[in-house]
Design a protein around this ligand. Structure first.
Ligand SMILES: Cc1cc2nc3c(=O)[nH]c(=O)nc-3n(C[C@H](O)[C@H](O)[C@H](O)COP(=O)(O)OP(=O)(O)OC[C@H]3O[C@@H](n4cnc5c(N)ncnc54)[C@H](O)[C@@H]3O)c2cc1C
Length: 446
Protein backbone atom coordinates (compact mmCIF):
# COMPACT_ATOMS: atom_id res chain seq x y z
CA UNK A 1 0.00 0.00 0.00
CA UNK A 2 1.28 3.48 -0.88
CA UNK A 3 1.99 5.77 2.05
CA UNK A 4 2.46 9.53 2.32
CA UNK A 5 3.47 11.57 5.34
CA UNK A 6 0.60 13.94 4.59
CA UNK A 7 -2.54 13.56 2.52
CA UNK A 8 -4.67 16.63 1.78
CA UNK A 9 -8.26 16.21 0.57
CA UNK A 10 -9.25 19.27 -1.48
CA UNK A 11 -7.36 21.36 -4.03
CA UNK A 12 -8.91 24.81 -3.79
CA UNK A 13 -8.03 27.80 -1.57
CA UNK A 14 -7.58 25.77 1.62
CA UNK A 15 -6.09 22.55 0.20
CA UNK A 16 -3.50 24.20 -2.04
CA UNK A 17 -2.43 26.68 0.66
CA UNK A 18 -2.18 23.85 3.20
CA UNK A 19 0.09 21.93 0.80
CA UNK A 20 2.37 24.92 0.19
CA UNK A 21 2.53 25.60 3.94
CA UNK A 22 3.37 22.00 4.77
CA UNK A 23 6.27 22.09 2.32
CA UNK A 24 7.50 25.38 3.77
CA UNK A 25 7.52 23.99 7.30
CA UNK A 26 8.31 20.32 6.63
CA UNK A 27 10.18 20.22 3.29
CA UNK A 28 11.33 16.62 3.79
CA UNK A 29 7.78 15.22 4.15
CA UNK A 30 5.92 13.56 1.27
CA UNK A 31 2.61 15.23 0.39
CA UNK A 32 -0.26 13.92 -1.74
CA UNK A 33 -3.11 16.29 -2.62
CA UNK A 34 -6.32 14.60 -3.75
CA UNK A 35 -9.06 16.58 -5.42
CA UNK A 36 -12.03 15.52 -7.46
CA UNK A 37 -11.92 18.12 -10.22
CA UNK A 38 -9.42 18.19 -13.09
CA UNK A 39 -9.28 21.98 -13.14
CA UNK A 40 -9.79 24.15 -10.08
CA UNK A 41 -11.71 27.40 -10.44
CA UNK A 42 -10.68 30.57 -8.65
CA UNK A 43 -13.82 30.53 -6.49
CA UNK A 44 -13.99 34.29 -5.94
CA UNK A 45 -13.72 34.89 -9.67
CA UNK A 46 -16.82 32.86 -10.54
CA UNK A 47 -19.22 35.85 -10.92
CA UNK A 48 -16.76 37.46 -13.35
CA UNK A 49 -16.87 34.45 -15.69
CA UNK A 50 -20.24 35.75 -16.89
CA UNK A 51 -19.07 39.22 -17.90
CA UNK A 52 -15.62 40.66 -17.26
CA UNK A 53 -13.50 37.50 -17.57
CA UNK A 54 -15.61 35.75 -20.18
CA UNK A 55 -15.37 32.02 -19.47
CA UNK A 56 -14.54 29.44 -16.78
CA UNK A 57 -11.30 28.57 -18.62
CA UNK A 58 -10.00 32.06 -17.89
CA UNK A 59 -10.68 31.70 -14.17
CA UNK A 60 -8.52 28.75 -13.11
CA UNK A 61 -5.93 28.19 -10.36
CA UNK A 62 -2.81 26.98 -12.16
CA UNK A 63 -1.29 23.69 -10.97
CA UNK A 64 2.24 25.15 -11.17
CA UNK A 65 2.39 25.63 -7.40
CA UNK A 66 1.98 21.86 -6.91
CA UNK A 67 4.97 21.03 -9.13
CA UNK A 68 7.05 23.86 -7.70
CA UNK A 69 6.48 22.61 -4.16
CA UNK A 70 6.90 18.93 -4.96
CA UNK A 71 3.33 18.07 -4.04
CA UNK A 72 1.90 15.01 -5.78
CA UNK A 73 -1.58 15.32 -7.27
CA UNK A 74 -4.27 12.66 -7.57
CA UNK A 75 -7.49 13.65 -9.35
CA UNK A 76 -10.03 11.28 -7.78
CA UNK A 77 -12.92 11.50 -5.37
CA UNK A 78 -12.10 10.26 -1.87
CA UNK A 79 -14.91 7.94 -0.86
CA UNK A 80 -13.86 6.91 2.64
CA UNK A 81 -11.49 7.66 5.50
CA UNK A 82 -10.47 4.83 7.81
CA UNK A 83 -9.15 6.48 10.95
CA UNK A 84 -7.96 3.27 12.63
CA UNK A 85 -5.93 2.17 9.64
CA UNK A 86 -5.05 5.81 8.81
CA UNK A 87 -6.07 5.37 5.17
CA UNK A 88 -8.17 7.13 2.56
CA UNK A 89 -9.89 5.27 -0.26
CA UNK A 90 -10.61 6.34 -3.82
CA UNK A 91 -12.52 4.15 -6.31
CA UNK A 92 -9.54 1.91 -7.17
CA UNK A 93 -6.96 2.42 -4.43
CA UNK A 94 -6.37 2.81 -0.72
CA UNK A 95 -3.55 5.05 0.48
CA UNK A 96 -2.03 5.47 3.94
CA UNK A 97 -1.28 8.74 5.73
CA UNK A 98 0.51 9.83 8.83
CA UNK A 99 -1.34 13.18 8.97
CA UNK A 100 -4.51 14.06 7.06
CA UNK A 101 -5.80 17.55 6.20
CA UNK A 102 -9.45 17.89 5.30
CA UNK A 103 -10.03 20.85 2.98
CA UNK A 104 -13.19 19.55 1.33
CA UNK A 105 -14.89 22.96 1.18
CA UNK A 106 -18.58 23.65 0.77
CA UNK A 107 -21.57 23.19 -1.50
CA UNK A 108 -24.20 25.83 -2.29
CA UNK A 109 -27.30 25.94 -0.11
CA UNK A 110 -30.46 24.97 -2.02
CA UNK A 111 -33.48 26.59 -0.35
CA UNK A 112 -36.51 24.58 0.69
CA UNK A 113 -38.65 26.80 -1.58
CA UNK A 114 -40.99 24.75 -3.80
CA UNK A 115 -39.71 24.64 -7.38
CA UNK A 116 -36.00 25.01 -6.53
CA UNK A 117 -35.32 21.89 -8.59
CA UNK A 118 -36.92 23.26 -11.79
CA UNK A 119 -34.94 23.52 -15.00
CA UNK A 120 -33.40 26.95 -15.30
CA UNK A 121 -32.61 27.26 -11.57
CA UNK A 122 -28.86 27.44 -10.95
CA UNK A 123 -26.93 27.19 -7.71
CA UNK A 124 -23.29 28.27 -7.82
CA UNK A 125 -21.33 25.03 -8.06
CA UNK A 126 -17.56 25.41 -8.30
CA UNK A 127 -17.36 23.17 -11.34
CA UNK A 128 -16.07 24.09 -14.82
CA UNK A 129 -18.51 21.93 -16.85
CA UNK A 130 -21.49 23.11 -14.82
CA UNK A 131 -20.54 26.77 -15.21
CA UNK A 132 -19.87 26.37 -18.95
CA UNK A 133 -23.40 25.01 -19.39
CA UNK A 134 -24.84 27.71 -17.12
CA UNK A 135 -23.03 30.46 -19.03
CA UNK A 136 -24.75 29.47 -22.30
CA UNK A 137 -28.16 29.57 -20.62
CA UNK A 138 -27.39 32.94 -18.98
CA UNK A 139 -26.47 34.42 -22.34
CA UNK A 140 -29.82 33.32 -23.83
CA UNK A 141 -31.99 34.32 -20.86
CA UNK A 142 -34.19 37.41 -20.95
CA UNK A 143 -35.44 37.68 -17.36
CA UNK A 144 -32.88 36.72 -14.74
CA UNK A 145 -33.78 36.66 -11.05
CA UNK A 146 -31.08 36.34 -8.43
CA UNK A 147 -32.22 35.13 -5.04
CA UNK A 148 -30.03 36.62 -2.31
CA UNK A 149 -28.61 40.13 -2.05
CA UNK A 150 -25.31 39.32 -0.36
CA UNK A 151 -22.04 40.11 -2.09
CA UNK A 152 -22.26 37.05 -4.35
CA UNK A 153 -25.78 37.96 -5.49
CA UNK A 154 -24.80 41.57 -6.15
CA UNK A 155 -21.63 40.62 -8.05
CA UNK A 156 -23.56 38.10 -10.16
CA UNK A 157 -26.30 40.65 -10.90
CA UNK A 158 -23.82 43.22 -12.13
CA UNK A 159 -21.91 40.75 -14.28
CA UNK A 160 -24.96 39.23 -16.01
CA UNK A 161 -26.38 42.72 -16.47
CA UNK A 162 -23.27 43.66 -18.47
CA UNK A 163 -24.39 41.20 -21.13
CA UNK A 164 -27.21 43.64 -22.00
CA UNK A 165 -30.74 43.11 -23.34
CA UNK A 166 -31.89 41.44 -20.13
CA UNK A 167 -33.97 42.29 -17.14
CA UNK A 168 -31.97 41.47 -14.00
CA UNK A 169 -33.63 41.49 -10.57
CA UNK A 170 -32.18 40.74 -7.13
CA UNK A 171 -34.66 39.51 -4.51
CA UNK A 172 -33.53 39.91 -0.89
CA UNK A 173 -35.48 38.91 2.19
CA UNK A 174 -33.85 41.53 4.48
CA UNK A 175 -34.52 45.28 4.38
CA UNK A 176 -31.25 45.89 2.58
CA UNK A 177 -28.74 44.06 0.46
CA UNK A 178 -25.40 43.35 2.20
CA UNK A 179 -27.07 44.03 5.56
CA UNK A 180 -25.17 41.32 7.44
CA UNK A 181 -21.85 43.01 6.80
CA UNK A 182 -22.58 46.73 6.50
CA UNK A 183 -24.55 49.39 8.32
CA UNK A 184 -27.53 50.85 6.53
CA UNK A 185 -25.84 53.89 4.97
CA UNK A 186 -23.31 51.67 3.19
CA UNK A 187 -26.01 49.22 2.07
CA UNK A 188 -28.00 52.12 0.59
CA UNK A 189 -24.94 53.50 -1.20
CA UNK A 190 -24.37 50.13 -2.88
CA UNK A 191 -28.08 49.66 -3.63
CA UNK A 192 -28.18 53.08 -5.34
CA UNK A 193 -25.15 52.12 -7.40
CA UNK A 194 -26.67 48.80 -8.42
CA UNK A 195 -30.00 50.41 -9.36
CA UNK A 196 -28.25 53.15 -11.36
CA UNK A 197 -26.70 50.38 -13.45
CA UNK A 198 -30.15 49.16 -14.45
CA UNK A 199 -30.58 46.28 -12.00
CA UNK A 200 -33.86 45.99 -10.12
CA UNK A 201 -33.81 45.35 -6.38
CA UNK A 202 -36.71 43.82 -4.45
CA UNK A 203 -35.78 43.97 -0.78
CA UNK A 204 -37.93 42.88 2.21
CA UNK A 205 -39.20 40.25 -0.20
CA UNK A 206 -39.39 36.55 0.44
CA UNK A 207 -39.56 34.09 -2.41
CA UNK A 208 -42.46 31.72 -1.72
CA UNK A 209 -42.15 29.52 -4.80
CA UNK A 210 -40.37 29.10 -8.09
CA UNK A 211 -43.11 28.42 -10.60
CA UNK A 212 -43.32 27.01 -14.10
CA UNK A 213 -44.26 23.94 -16.03
CA UNK A 214 -41.08 21.86 -15.65
CA UNK A 215 -38.87 24.85 -16.33
CA UNK A 216 -38.90 28.12 -14.38
CA UNK A 217 -41.31 30.78 -15.65
CA UNK A 218 -41.75 33.06 -12.64
CA UNK A 219 -41.01 33.68 -8.99
CA UNK A 220 -43.90 34.02 -6.55
CA UNK A 221 -43.18 36.62 -3.87
CA UNK A 222 -44.44 36.93 -0.30
CA UNK A 223 -46.95 39.63 -1.33
CA UNK A 224 -48.49 37.14 -3.77
CA UNK A 225 -47.20 38.87 -6.88
CA UNK A 226 -45.21 37.09 -9.57
CA UNK A 227 -41.95 38.13 -11.20
CA UNK A 228 -41.26 36.72 -14.65
CA UNK A 229 -38.07 34.65 -14.75
CA UNK A 230 -36.59 32.32 -17.33
CA UNK A 231 -33.41 31.85 -15.30
CA UNK A 232 -32.87 31.92 -11.54
CA UNK A 233 -29.54 32.09 -9.75
CA UNK A 234 -29.42 31.05 -6.09
CA UNK A 235 -26.98 33.12 -4.07
CA UNK A 236 -28.01 32.31 -0.53
CA UNK A 237 -24.86 30.82 0.92
CA UNK A 238 -22.92 27.62 1.23
CA UNK A 239 -22.91 24.66 3.59
CA UNK A 240 -19.81 22.78 4.77
CA UNK A 241 -18.94 19.59 2.91
CA UNK A 242 -18.70 17.17 5.83
CA UNK A 243 -19.90 13.86 4.44
CA UNK A 244 -16.49 12.12 4.60
CA UNK A 245 -15.70 13.51 8.04
CA UNK A 246 -19.09 12.54 9.41
CA UNK A 247 -18.93 8.99 8.05
CA UNK A 248 -15.49 8.54 9.61
CA UNK A 249 -16.86 9.56 13.02
CA UNK A 250 -15.22 12.97 13.37
CA UNK A 251 -17.14 15.42 15.56
CA UNK A 252 -19.40 17.90 13.77
CA UNK A 253 -20.45 21.19 15.38
CA UNK A 254 -23.72 23.09 15.64
CA UNK A 255 -23.09 25.10 12.48
CA UNK A 256 -22.74 21.85 10.55
CA UNK A 257 -18.96 22.19 10.16
CA UNK A 258 -16.13 19.87 11.29
CA UNK A 259 -15.15 20.71 14.85
CA UNK A 260 -11.58 21.98 15.16
CA UNK A 261 -9.67 23.57 18.00
CA UNK A 262 -7.57 26.73 17.77
CA UNK A 263 -4.77 24.72 16.16
CA UNK A 264 -7.18 23.47 13.43
CA UNK A 265 -6.96 19.93 14.83
CA UNK A 266 -10.16 17.85 14.60
CA UNK A 267 -11.36 15.37 17.21
CA UNK A 268 -8.71 12.97 15.78
CA UNK A 269 -5.10 13.96 16.66
CA UNK A 270 -3.85 12.95 13.20
CA UNK A 271 -6.49 14.88 11.26
CA UNK A 272 -6.67 18.65 10.73
CA UNK A 273 -9.37 20.60 8.87
CA UNK A 274 -9.40 24.04 7.28
CA UNK A 275 -11.47 26.20 4.97
CA UNK A 276 -15.22 26.12 4.36
CA UNK A 277 -15.59 22.60 5.83
CA UNK A 278 -14.09 23.60 9.21
CA UNK A 279 -15.80 25.20 12.20
CA UNK A 280 -15.26 28.94 12.66
CA UNK A 281 -15.73 31.27 15.57
CA UNK A 282 -15.87 35.03 15.77
CA UNK A 283 -12.84 37.13 16.79
CA UNK A 284 -15.09 39.16 19.11
CA UNK A 285 -17.10 37.12 21.60
CA UNK A 286 -16.00 33.73 20.26
CA UNK A 287 -19.46 32.67 19.10
CA UNK A 288 -19.72 30.19 16.19
CA UNK A 289 -19.46 31.95 12.85
CA UNK A 290 -20.86 30.77 9.54
CA UNK A 291 -18.78 33.16 7.46
CA UNK A 292 -17.01 31.39 4.61
CA UNK A 293 -14.32 33.19 2.66
CA UNK A 294 -11.29 32.15 0.66
CA UNK A 295 -9.17 34.50 2.79
CA UNK A 296 -10.31 32.72 5.96
CA UNK A 297 -9.69 29.34 4.28
CA UNK A 298 -6.09 30.25 3.45
CA UNK A 299 -5.40 31.60 6.95
CA UNK A 300 -6.70 28.38 8.47
CA UNK A 301 -4.65 26.35 5.98
CA UNK A 302 -1.49 28.20 7.05
CA UNK A 303 -2.28 27.30 10.66
CA UNK A 304 -3.14 23.64 9.96
CA UNK A 305 -0.17 23.09 7.64
CA UNK A 306 2.33 24.49 10.15
CA UNK A 307 0.92 22.58 13.14
CA UNK A 308 0.91 19.03 11.75
CA UNK A 309 3.89 17.76 13.75
CA UNK A 310 3.93 20.25 16.64
CA UNK A 311 1.82 23.29 17.50
CA UNK A 312 3.28 26.64 16.46
CA UNK A 313 0.20 28.62 15.40
CA UNK A 314 -3.23 29.35 16.83
CA UNK A 315 -6.40 30.72 15.27
CA UNK A 316 -7.55 33.93 16.98
CA UNK A 317 -11.01 33.67 15.39
CA UNK A 318 -12.59 35.18 12.32
CA UNK A 319 -12.40 38.99 12.11
CA UNK A 320 -14.69 38.93 9.08
CA UNK A 321 -12.88 41.11 6.59
CA UNK A 322 -13.83 41.28 2.92
CA UNK A 323 -14.58 43.67 0.13
CA UNK A 324 -16.73 43.89 -2.97
CA UNK A 325 -17.04 46.17 -5.97
CA UNK A 326 -19.66 47.21 -8.50
CA UNK A 327 -18.45 49.49 -11.29
CA UNK A 328 -16.31 52.23 -9.75
CA UNK A 329 -17.73 51.73 -6.25
CA UNK A 330 -15.70 49.53 -3.90
CA UNK A 331 -16.69 48.67 -0.35
CA UNK A 332 -14.93 46.87 2.47
CA UNK A 333 -15.84 45.72 5.95
CA UNK A 334 -13.79 44.36 8.86
CA UNK A 335 -14.88 43.28 12.32
CA UNK A 336 -18.19 44.44 13.77
CA UNK A 337 -20.60 46.92 12.23
CA UNK A 338 -22.35 49.39 14.54
CA UNK A 339 -25.50 47.27 14.35
CA UNK A 340 -23.71 44.01 15.11
CA UNK A 341 -21.74 45.52 18.00
CA UNK A 342 -24.90 46.94 19.58
CA UNK A 343 -26.75 43.65 19.10
CA UNK A 344 -23.93 41.89 20.96
CA UNK A 345 -24.28 44.35 23.84
CA UNK A 346 -21.22 46.55 23.36
CA UNK A 347 -21.41 50.22 24.36
CA UNK A 348 -19.96 51.90 21.32
CA UNK A 349 -19.00 55.15 19.72
CA UNK A 350 -18.76 55.42 15.99
CA UNK A 351 -17.24 58.08 13.78
CA UNK A 352 -17.64 58.62 10.06
CA UNK A 353 -15.34 60.64 7.85
CA UNK A 354 -16.35 61.57 4.33
CA UNK A 355 -14.05 63.35 1.95
CA UNK A 356 -11.89 63.23 -1.16
CA UNK A 357 -9.30 60.48 -1.50
CA UNK A 358 -6.78 62.88 -3.10
CA UNK A 359 -5.42 66.29 -2.18
CA UNK A 360 -6.22 68.78 -3.50
CA UNK A 361 -9.64 67.47 -4.52
CA UNK A 362 -9.00 68.53 -8.11
CA UNK A 363 -6.30 65.84 -8.55
CA UNK A 364 -7.05 63.21 -11.22
CA UNK A 365 -8.70 60.08 -9.88
CA UNK A 366 -10.41 61.92 -7.02
CA UNK A 367 -13.36 60.04 -5.59
CA UNK A 368 -15.34 60.63 -2.45
CA UNK A 369 -14.70 58.05 0.21
CA UNK A 370 -16.60 57.25 3.38
CA UNK A 371 -14.94 55.60 6.36
CA UNK A 372 -16.79 54.52 9.48
CA UNK A 373 -14.99 53.21 12.53
CA UNK A 374 -16.68 51.59 15.53
CA UNK A 375 -15.00 51.63 18.95
CA UNK A 376 -15.91 50.25 22.37
CA UNK A 377 -16.94 53.27 24.45
CA UNK A 378 -14.94 52.92 27.65
CA UNK A 379 -11.82 51.15 26.46
CA UNK A 380 -11.57 52.80 23.04
CA UNK A 381 -10.90 49.35 21.53
CA UNK A 382 -11.45 49.23 17.76
CA UNK A 383 -14.31 46.83 17.03
CA UNK A 384 -14.62 47.30 13.29
CA UNK A 385 -14.66 49.54 10.26
CA UNK A 386 -16.39 49.98 6.94
CA UNK A 387 -15.26 51.90 3.90
CA UNK A 388 -16.67 52.88 0.52
CA UNK A 389 -14.76 54.59 -2.24
CA UNK A 390 -12.41 53.64 -5.05
CA UNK A 391 -10.47 50.41 -5.50
CA UNK A 392 -8.11 51.35 -2.65
CA UNK A 393 -10.95 50.40 -0.28
CA UNK A 394 -9.92 46.76 -0.77
CA UNK A 395 -6.54 47.43 0.83
CA UNK A 396 -7.60 50.10 3.35
CA UNK A 397 -9.97 47.55 4.87
CA UNK A 398 -7.05 45.14 5.27
CA UNK A 399 -5.22 47.84 7.27
CA UNK A 400 -8.30 48.16 9.46
CA UNK A 401 -8.34 44.40 9.89
CA UNK A 402 -4.70 44.56 11.05
CA UNK A 403 -5.71 47.23 13.60
CA UNK A 404 -8.61 45.05 14.81
CA UNK A 405 -6.39 41.96 15.11
CA UNK A 406 -3.77 43.96 16.99
CA UNK A 407 -6.52 45.13 19.34
CA UNK A 408 -5.61 48.75 18.76
CA UNK A 409 -7.44 51.56 20.53
CA UNK A 410 -8.71 54.87 19.17
CA UNK A 411 -5.77 56.62 20.85
CA UNK A 412 -3.26 54.33 19.11
CA UNK A 413 -4.97 54.82 15.76
CA UNK A 414 -5.00 58.61 16.23
CA UNK A 415 -1.21 58.31 16.58
CA UNK A 416 -0.91 56.08 13.49
CA UNK A 417 2.03 57.14 11.29
CA UNK A 418 0.69 57.42 7.75
CA UNK A 419 2.28 58.15 4.41
CA UNK A 420 0.34 60.40 2.05
CA UNK A 421 0.69 61.72 -1.48
CA UNK A 422 -1.56 64.11 -3.52
CA UNK A 423 -1.98 61.62 -6.38
CA UNK A 424 -2.51 58.60 -4.14
CA UNK A 425 -4.19 59.37 -0.82
CA UNK A 426 -6.30 61.76 1.19
CA UNK A 427 -4.59 64.75 2.78
CA UNK A 428 -2.50 64.14 5.92
CA UNK A 429 -4.56 66.87 7.62
CA UNK A 430 -7.83 65.03 6.92
CA UNK A 431 -6.54 61.45 6.80
CA UNK A 432 -9.75 59.44 7.37
CA UNK A 433 -8.42 56.61 9.59
CA UNK A 434 -6.73 59.00 12.00
CA UNK A 435 -9.51 61.57 11.97
CA UNK A 436 -12.21 58.97 12.63
CA UNK A 437 -10.24 57.91 15.71
CA UNK A 438 -9.89 61.55 16.84
CA UNK A 439 -13.64 62.12 16.42
CA UNK A 440 -14.39 59.00 18.44
CA UNK A 441 -11.98 60.11 21.22
CA UNK A 442 -13.79 63.48 21.36
CA UNK A 443 -17.08 61.66 21.92
CA UNK A 444 -15.54 59.42 24.58
CA UNK A 445 -14.17 62.44 26.43
CA UNK A 446 -17.37 64.49 26.18
C1 LIG B 1 -19.44 33.01 -6.37
C2 LIG B 1 -18.52 33.08 -5.19
C3 LIG B 1 -17.75 34.21 -4.97
C4 LIG B 1 -16.90 34.28 -3.89
N1 LIG B 1 -16.15 35.41 -3.70
C5 LIG B 1 -15.27 35.48 -2.66
C6 LIG B 1 -14.43 36.62 -2.48
O1 LIG B 1 -14.49 37.59 -3.23
N2 LIG B 1 -13.56 36.61 -1.44
C7 LIG B 1 -13.46 35.56 -0.58
O2 LIG B 1 -12.62 35.59 0.33
N3 LIG B 1 -14.26 34.46 -0.72
C8 LIG B 1 -15.16 34.39 -1.73
N4 LIG B 1 -15.96 33.29 -1.89
C9 LIG B 1 -15.87 32.20 -0.90
C10 LIG B 1 -14.77 31.23 -1.29
O3 LIG B 1 -15.01 30.80 -2.59
C11 LIG B 1 -14.70 30.03 -0.38
O4 LIG B 1 -14.60 30.45 0.94
C12 LIG B 1 -13.50 29.16 -0.76
O5 LIG B 1 -13.72 28.56 -1.99
C13 LIG B 1 -13.25 28.07 0.29
O6 LIG B 1 -12.18 27.32 -0.13
P1 LIG B 1 -12.04 25.80 0.32
O7 LIG B 1 -10.72 25.33 -0.22
O8 LIG B 1 -12.28 25.68 1.78
O9 LIG B 1 -13.26 25.03 -0.37
P2 LIG B 1 -13.73 24.82 -1.88
O10 LIG B 1 -13.34 25.98 -2.72
O11 LIG B 1 -15.15 24.45 -1.79
O12 LIG B 1 -12.90 23.57 -2.38
C14 LIG B 1 -13.09 22.26 -1.89
C15 LIG B 1 -12.13 21.31 -2.57
O13 LIG B 1 -12.32 20.00 -2.02
C16 LIG B 1 -12.47 19.05 -3.06
N5 LIG B 1 -13.23 17.91 -2.54
C17 LIG B 1 -14.39 17.94 -1.82
N6 LIG B 1 -14.77 16.68 -1.52
C18 LIG B 1 -13.85 15.85 -2.04
C19 LIG B 1 -13.68 14.43 -2.07
N7 LIG B 1 -14.55 13.63 -1.46
N8 LIG B 1 -12.61 13.94 -2.71
C20 LIG B 1 -11.70 14.74 -3.32
N9 LIG B 1 -11.80 16.07 -3.33
C21 LIG B 1 -12.85 16.62 -2.69
C22 LIG B 1 -13.12 19.83 -4.16
O14 LIG B 1 -12.96 19.19 -5.37
C23 LIG B 1 -12.34 21.16 -4.06
O15 LIG B 1 -11.07 21.03 -4.68
C24 LIG B 1 -16.83 33.20 -2.98
C25 LIG B 1 -17.60 32.05 -3.19
C26 LIG B 1 -18.43 31.98 -4.29
C27 LIG B 1 -19.27 30.74 -4.51
Amino acid sequence: MKKYDIIIIGGSAAGLTAGITVKRHYPEKSVLLIRKEKQVLIPCGIPYIFGTVGSPDKNLIPDAALDKNNIELLVKEVIAINREEKTVSVSDDTIQYDRLILAAGSEPVIPGVPGSDKEGVYAIHKNVDYLNAMQKKVEDAKNIVIIGGGFIGIEFADEVNRLGAKSVTVVEIADHCLNLAYDEEFCIEMEDKVKARGIQLKTSTKVEAIEGNGRVESIRRSDGSALPADLVILGIGAKPNIELAEKSGLRIGRTGAIIVDRTMKTSDDSIFACGDCAKKWAFFGGRPSTLKLASIATLEARIAGANLFGITRENAGTVGVWSTAVGDLAMGTAGLTENAAKAMGYNIVSATIEGPNRHPGGMPGMKKSRLKMVFEFHSGLLLGGQISGDAAAGEVINIISACVQSRMTAEQIAMFQTGTHPALTASPIAYPLVNAAELAIKQMNA
